[in-house]
Design a protein around this ligand. Structure first.
Ligand code: ARG
Length: 486
């Protein structure tokens, strides 16, 4: 079942509740059908249809709870469950689709049920409302999608970790302000992205604990007098508990906003990686070659190879952030409890899910197939006097106050700039001329591998520290994948 089945046209009037005509859930109170303009404004089935499998799941659970409460007898329950099964199958195969007169997924499925079991279908309405139903469906849907997203995210993390492993000894110019700062291992930089993604995964897992509360049983807003058991239905649907407050259950969408935030921040993290890959692939950087399968050409310039995947990852962060801010704005100032404004909760979260599920596999493929120019990276790593800090720290170890050491090395850098050479190329005499502290043996620290190896404390860029970091991340990613499969 997909979300993109034909958007139904505006529903018109019809016999309320008749299986043949449009299903209207409030028919009894109204003489005339809704105005076309109202129907057109109000219809949501074109986007909420994707909740159908979850709505049916919740309906089956609700039917069992009605049976427990003595509101459906055994035969009725069996007929109801068979009809729900059949409807679910019909939805899967596309045999049942929303029609032009269905307002939303709940109305469409009620029509499907009435078509199958006649008036018995109407019994399912007891003790629940679309208000608790839709909040339940959305939680079920998002809890599923969070797992799929984490699983795709773990694949991207695996791709980054794989590149880190394949380039365990390759140095790159580490940057601040986009200027060469200090050499680091390429692996260290790639794993910095994995660290952020691992937190994104843990944010979704953490979100899931708060989302695991079932609104069913809240009814329209006040709960039900029909002695139905919200805890039983919650357990059946895989929730940890039922809501403590029926008004809260139908009115808050913090779970949707929080999901959008987790998605938006993941989008921001993806955009940083996208930006780096776009930079690295430029002529000016020349760090990487993007595989043909993940690059695009130009319709006019035959030589072009463009990093569109990386750019789209960067660009899509905008819509994820927009979805979050839009949803927060919708929620702001709403009085309790349910208001129709809440129907606007769905498109931003659906868009967030679709966006991430499109970006993540493309980024995983892009990263996995990147070719790094190791020799160029090694040559660039010390450029821009990136070992100056190492020299200053050596002087400090020899007793010079850092302030003075900083100044001495600063003078040396200027000397090198004027004379167009690298730090390690300065002669013994010239070193001494810049400062008597700069004895010939200071050159020992002027090697990229030495500078990198020296930073071996936890979190540093030394090969030993990076290997330990990588091992911890691998374990983390395995945990994410296991959770996603749960
Ligand atoms: N389509 C509606 C939504 O998404 C379902 C709930 C309608 N409830 C109501 N009282 N009109 O919010």
């Amino acid at each position: 079942m997909t979300a993109d089945q034909d958007p139904p046209a505006a529903p018109g009037g019809g016999q309320p509740g008749s299986p043949a005509g449009p299903v209207r859930l409030w028919g009894g109170r109204f003489g005339a059908g809704p105005a076309d303009a109202l129907a057109r404004l109000s219809v949501s089935v074109q986007f909420d249809w994707r909740l159908a499998p979850y709505d049916l799941l919740a309906s089956a659970a609700h039917a069992r709870i009605l049976h427990k409460a003595g509101l459906l007898d055994g035969t009725e329950l069996a007929r109801m469950l068979a009809a729900i099964d059949d409807l679910a199958e019909a939805c899967r195969t596309g045999r049942f689709r929303p029609s032009a007169s269905d307002e939303d997924v709940h109305t469409a499925l009620e029509r499907g049920l009435l078509e199958r079991v006649g008036s018995l279908g109407g019994k399912l309405r007891a003790g629940r409302s679309r208000n608790d139903q839709v909040a339940t469906d959305l939680r079920l849907y998002l809890r599923d999608q969070a797992r799929t997203i984490v699983s795709r995210l773990a694949e991207l993390e695996d791709a980054l970790i794989g590149q880190a492993q394949r380039h365990a000894a390759v140095p790159v110019p580490g940057m601040t302000h986009l200027q060469h700062a200090q050499p680091v291992l390429l692996a260290h930089q790639l794993l910095a992205h994995v660290q952020a993604f691992a937190r994104d995964a843990s944010r979704l897992r953490d979100w899931d604990r708060r989302a695991a509360v079932s609104p069913l049983g809240a009814g329209a807003l006040a709960g039900s007098s029909l002695r139905i058991d919200p805890d039983a239905v919650a357990a059946e649907l895989g929730f940890d508990s039922a809501a403590e407050n029926s008004m809260d259950a139908v009115s808050d969408r913090d779970f949707a906003a929080e999901f959008c935030f987790a998605a938006a921040l993941l989008g921001v993290h993806l955009s940083r990686l996208g930006e780096e890959i776009a930079l690295w692939s430029s002529q000016e950087f020349g760090w990487i070659e993007i595989d043909d399968a993940y690059a695009t050409g130009s319709s006019i310039m035959p030589q072009k190879k463009n990093p569109d995947v990386a750019e789209l990852a960067r660009g899509k962060a905008g819509r994820l952030i927009g979805g979050l801010t839009g949803l927060l704005t919708t929620l702001k100032g709403l009085p309790l409890s349910y208001n129709r404004d809440l129907q606007e909760d769905k498109e931003p979260v659906f868009d967030a899910v679709d966006t991430l599920l499109a970006v993540l596999p493309a980024m995983a493929g892009l990263v996995d197939t990147l070719r790094f120019h190791a020799e160029r990276l090694a040559a660039l790593a010390p450029a821009g006097y990136a070992l100056a800090t190492d020299l200053a720290e050596l002087l400090v170890r020899r007793g010079t106050p850092f302030r003075e050491a900083h100044e001495v090395v600063g003078h040396l850098v200027v000397w090198c700039q004027v004379n167009d050479c690298e730090l390690a190329e300065v002669s013994d005499e010239d070193l001494a001329r810049v400062s008597p502290l700069l004895t010939p043996d200071v050159r020992e620290v002027l090697s990229v591998s030495g500078a990198i190896a020296a930073r071996s404390s936890r979190g540093g860029t030394a090969p030993s520290a990076v290997a330990a970091q990588l091992a911890r991340l691998q374990e983390d990613v395995q945990g994410q994948a296991a959770w996603a499969a749960s």
